[in-house]
Structure formats: C-alpha cells, structure tokens
Design a binder for this molecule. Structure first.
Ligand code: NAP
Ligand code: G4F
Length: 321
C-alpha cells in the first residue's frame, strides 16, 4: 500500500517542493492549509488535483488532531512556520505560538493518533545565531538571536524530548538557508533577484537593502527537501545539519545577480537603509553537513553562482518585457 505523508506548510517554498518529491515517489500526500481570506496556493496550483488539502492551523490543537485522524500519515513533515526573521521581532508572540507551541500541538496529536509515524521538524541554522565555531555541526552550541530562533530552539528541544520520553521517531533537520524561484519576496535572495529583473527590464531603478556584510550558506531548496525525506527513511531518529559548506556575503549575492543581467556597476542600483537592519543580527553562518553525507548519502550540488542564475532567470521571465 502507498505510504501516506502529511505536510504542514505545504503552500510554502519547501512544502511545495516536498509535495512534488513525495508524489513522484508514490506517496499519498496530505497538506495542512490554514484559512486565509485570499488563498495562497501559487506554489501548489499545479498539484491541486494530487495533494489532499486539510483545513488546519498550527495555533489550533483540534484542527491538527482532526487532520491527523483523517490522514493517518506514516510520515509527518512539520514545515509550517512564521518563517521571516525580521517579522519575528515585531510579532514575537505569534512566532512563538506557531513555530514553538505549534510543534508541541503536532507532537501531542501524533502521540495520540499515530504514535509510530515518523516526524520531521524544520529546525534551522538560526539556532546557531551568534556562532560559537565555524563551520557549525550538530554539536555546535546554540545561541539564537531572534524571537524566531528562540521559538525554533524550543521546538528543537521538544523533538528531542518526545524522542527520549515517548520513543517517538522525531528528527530535526537543521537546515541552512535554501532558496529558489519559489522563495517569498521578502527574503534577501528573492528580493534581490526580483529587484535585478525589474531593473534589467527598465521597471525599477534601485533595490533597498540592509546589512550587505552578513554571510550565509545558501543552497537550492529542491535538494534540501530530499534530505528531509532521507532523514525519515532512517531506522532511528536523529538530528542533521544540511548545508553547502560555503558561506558568502549578501554583497557577493547582489553582485552575482547583477552580473547575470550584464550590469557591472551594481553599486549604482543598490541603496541601504537602516530600517532593514535587525535588532540582533546573525552575522555569519556556514554549515558542516558531513554527518548527512556519511549517514544519509546527501550532498548539496547547486552552488551559489548556479543558484543565482536559476533565480534571476525565473524572475526575468516573470517580470516580462
Ligand atoms: P515559507 O515559504 O514561509 O512557508 C511557511 C509555510 O507555513 C506556509 O505554507 C504557510 O502558510 C505556513 N504557515 C504559516 N503559519 C501557519 C499557521 N499558523 N498554520 C498553518 N500553516 C502556517 O517557509 P519555507 O522557506 O518553505 O520553510 C519551511 C520551514 O523550514 C519553515 O518552518 C522554516 O522556518 C524552516 N526553515 C527554512 C529555511 C529556509 O532557508 N527556507 C531554513 C531553515 C529552516 P501560508 O501559505 O498560509 O502563509
Ligand atoms: O533572507 P533573509 O531574510 O534570511 P535569514 O534571516 O537568514 O532567515 C532565513 O534562513 C533561516 C536559516 O538560516 C531560516 F530559518 C529562516 O526561516 C529564513 O528562511 O536574510 C538573510 C541575510 C540577513 O543577514 C539579513 O540581515 O540578509 C540580510 N539582509 C540585508 N538586507 C536582508 C536585507 N534580508 C532581508 N530579508 N531583506 C533585506 O533588505
């Protein structure tokens, strides 16, 4: 019989790529979707007749319970989150509710309904925050720097606790930044590639950014959802860092994006404004994914120049002539 998987956050960047991957593997795929006044299905429009959507919200215990009773999944991927770090400083309580308590609601529902289901938690390199060593691996101490990071740290430990206390198969994927043409426009990479496309097509003159010196380990999202799936195929639950192992500045990303459209004097098109700075910044991130390589057979393939190319080309197409 086909395996069933339930994805929270199915309308997001990762949820949509993961749904594609699982459908291709023959899974019956359920997706938890919250009610919005204007449905946000752009990323899964092409999958609407294949994914079974279940009403639910990570802030609402009974809807999560009902969704698991209806779907009875073999695998659960918890990708739902208020995922924008900047917003978490303005909405810390909501972020803690969705990203922190939401995971506990899901674990409680799973414990009751599908105790043996394998569960993936979308943990993050934001846990490392003010990094204690570089590159960061599964043993690097955590020091989150935002309400988002703090909520995700709570969720991380809740996963470890349900594993130890109840013998549940719960794994944390500590994923470093991963991007794609489906990335939300508020995130740095998409803001830049979309902005560059607008400038190249003569529809805008500038992009306004914050800290150009921040460093990130950016990979390509479709490869990262494959790592999630691999974690749940392991006989034992565990925690894994998923990253490229390369770290680049925001400035380098911007320069590469402008290069894609043949603009060399990129500084003329970039302004900085303090409103895009964060109350506490994560200055630098670089992941060591050697455990994932060894145990899961997973390795990042797409490096930064290729990632930038994919994203700029997609935005040029979208922005049009
Ligand atoms: P994303 O595009 O922002 O997607 C977030 C998803 O969560 C959307 O489907 C959203 O639904 C859903 N959601 C938000 N609040 C919800 C609620 N109260 N109830 C139910 N669903 C809710 O994020 P992503 O980039 O795909 O990331 C997926 C997960 O990985 C997130 O947990 C994120 O924190 C984590 N993560 C991401 C990265 C990265 O670089 N992308 C790295 C490490 C960890 P709507 O469509 O209704 O808004
Ligand atoms: O693209 P960002 O907003 O992503 P950030 O904060 O690294 O978080 C993303 O990755 C995490 C994994 O490490 C995820 F957990 C999280 O859910 C999310 O997907 O910002 C990247 C960097 C930051 O240092 C930021 O200060 O870019 C810098 N930046 C500079 N100017 C900017 C801007 N970021 C944004 N969003 N907008 C700017 O104008």
């Amino acid at each position: 019989m086909a395996k069933a998987a339930c994805i929270t956050g199915v309308t997001g960047q990762d949820g949509s790529f993961l749904a594609e991957l699982l459908l291709a593997k023959g899974y019956t795929v359920y997706g938890l979707v919250r009610r919005l006044s204007s449905p946000n299905v752009a990323n899964i429009r092409h999958l609407m007749d294949q994914v079974q959507l279940l009403d639910g919200d990570m802030t609402d215990q009974s809807s999560i319970l009902t969704a698991l009773k209806e779907s009875r999944p073999d695998e659960i991927y918890n990708l739902a989150a208020q995922s924008f770090v900047q917003t978490s400083f303005r909405q810390p309580v909501l972020t803690a509710d969705v990203d922190g308590l939401g995971l506990v609601r899901l674990l409680e529902a799973a414990k009751e309904v599908v105790h043996d289901a394998r569960i993936y938690q979308a943990s993050t390199s934001e846990l490392f925050g003010l990094v204690k060593e570089s590159p960061q691996n599964e043993n690097t101490p955590f020091h989150p720097r935002s309400p988002y990071g703090v909520a995700k740290l709570f969720a991380y430990w809740a996963c470890v606790n349900y594993r130890e206390a109840y013998g549940m198969h719960v794994s944390n994927g500590i994923l470093f930044n991963h991007e794609s043409e489906r990335r939300g426009l508020e995130f740095l990479t998409r803001k830049v590639t979309h902005g560059v496309a607008m400038i190249a097509k003569g529809k805008a003159k500038h992009i306004e950014l914050g800290n150009l010196d921040a460093k990130r380990d950016w990979g390509y999202a479709p490869e990262y959802v494959d790592a999630m799936w691999r974690m749940l195929q392991q006989p034992k639950p565990d925690d894994y860092v998923i990253a490229t192992g390369e770290s680049h500045t925001v400035r380098e990303f911007v320069k590469l994006a402008f290069r894609e459209v043949g603009i060399k004097d990129w500084e003329k098109h970039v302004r900085t404004d303090a409103k895009h700075l964060r109350p506490a910044e994560v200055y630098t991130l670089c992941g060591d994914a050697s455990k994932a390589r060894r145990v899961l057979g997973w390795e990042a393939k797409t490096k930064l120049p290729e990632l930038v190319k994919i994203m700029v080309e997609a935005d040029l197409e979208r922005v049009g002539g």
